[in-house]
Design a binder for this molecule. Structure first.
Ligand code: ASP
Length: 345
């Protein structure tokens, strides 16, 4: 008797991969799923059972928001037991945000959720979409020596690499090799073979029930420092009504200008219950604010270190923690902890 075929659910949300040129405006617009599959006849050569689910209206990922993340999570939850893995087709612009958000929302995930897309539409002769889609399906179907899935986490598959979703950032607007994971090793190198970096793969604790957390609280924002930033700007951001958390992007290892007004503004905001996380504007390395006196002031004012979190992981993690109902103090504690492989403690 033949072994049961691997089953993959392909979720199409939109993005360049499925776009087609509008003959009037010449702009790229999302098209429907059949167009996509018609352009990848090779899919039929894969020996898996592939079903698909399409967003009612495929979107440019620039329009992505937490409600869409909830939609993806719901499709995965509803189909979790029936499939060995999930592939999400998504625009590249906000792919790293979606990958980070889903990594927090899909608790105790033990199956692959592989997100991919492309820089050129799938119908174009030089498209990168066909290769990315086929490889993503293969990765979602790959098995480890114990018979379980090789990948048990949310990951981004793009061109040469499989990356941890909540460690990824879109790095290039033009290159096929568009994503980087600067603070964590690649999960697999995609070359002639798909070579998995087994030491880097997440191995979630067995026996815990898969559970989706849907609530994401968007009362959060970024505050990006730059030489010359004005007190009025910082004050305006920190006093936004209803705001619960700020991801502050600082210089180097977590430094800021040493203006006393800056520390006073932050101290007041923290005192009033705002969570301020310090992450670096550098994509590689981590925040160690006590290294220079320029960073000590921020720590003393009550900011919490975001260690080596990406900007996408930091903001979505905050949304998730506040969505769970955490207070600023509790959320601050968890922002410093590694929950799903997003941070090096
Ligand atoms: N604007 C497109 C999107 O993010 C770009 C892409 O898919 O590469 O949906």
């Amino acid at each position: 008797m033949s072994a049961k075929k691997t089953r993959i659910l392909l979720i199409y949300t939109g993005g360049t991969i499925g776009m087609i040129e509008n003959p009037d405006t010449k702009a790229l617009e999302p098209f429907d799923f059949n167009h996509l599959l018609d352009n990848v006849p090779k899919i039929k050569m894969l020996d898996f059972k592939i079903d698909n689910f399409q967003f009612d209206v495929p979107i440019d990922s620039a329009d992505m928001n937490p409600a869409h993340w909830g939609q993806m999570a719901k499709v995965i939850e509803d189909n979790y037991d029936d499939y060995d893995g999930f592939v999400i087709l998504h625009g590249t612009d906000t792919m790293a945000y979606t990958a980070s958000a889903l990594s927090f929302m899909l608790n105790n995930l033990t199956k692959p959720v592989i997100i991919t897309g492309s820089q050129l539409p799938i119908g174009e002769v030089r498209t990168d979409g066909e290769e990315n889609l086929i490889t993503a399906l293969q990765v979602a179907a790959a098995k480890d020596t114990d018979g379980g899935p090789m990948v048990r986490e949310v990951a981004i598959l793009f061109q040469n690499s499989l990356l941890r979703g909540n460690r990824s950032t879109k790095f290039s607007a033009d290159n096929f090799d568009a994503f980087r994971s600067s603070n964590y090793p690649v999960l697999a190198n995609i070359g002639l073979d798909i070579t998995y970096n087994k030491d880097a793969l997440l191995r979630p604790t067995k026996g815990k029930e898969f559970k989706v957390e849907y609530l994401m609280d968007t009362n959060v924002t970024y505050l990006d420092l730059f030489p010359g930033i004005q007190e009025s700007v910082v004050k305006a951001v920190l006093s936004i009504p209803g705001l619960k958390g700020v991801v502050m992007k600082t210089y180097g290892v977590g430094n800021s200008p040493s203006n006393p007004w800056l520390f006073d503004c932050i101290r007041d905001a923290v005192h009033k219950g705002l969570l301020v996380i310090n992450i670096s504007q550098c994509s590689n390395g981590k925040v160690t604010p006590m290294k220079y006196s320029a960073g000590v002031g921020l720590a003393k004012a009550g900011t919490v270190s975001g260690h080596d979190l990406t900007s996408e992981a930091a903001i979505t993690k905050m949304m998730y923690l506040f969505g769970m109902g955490a207070t600023a103090q509790l959320a601050g504690k968890y922002m410093e902890k590694n929950l799903h492989g997003e941070l090096t403690e």
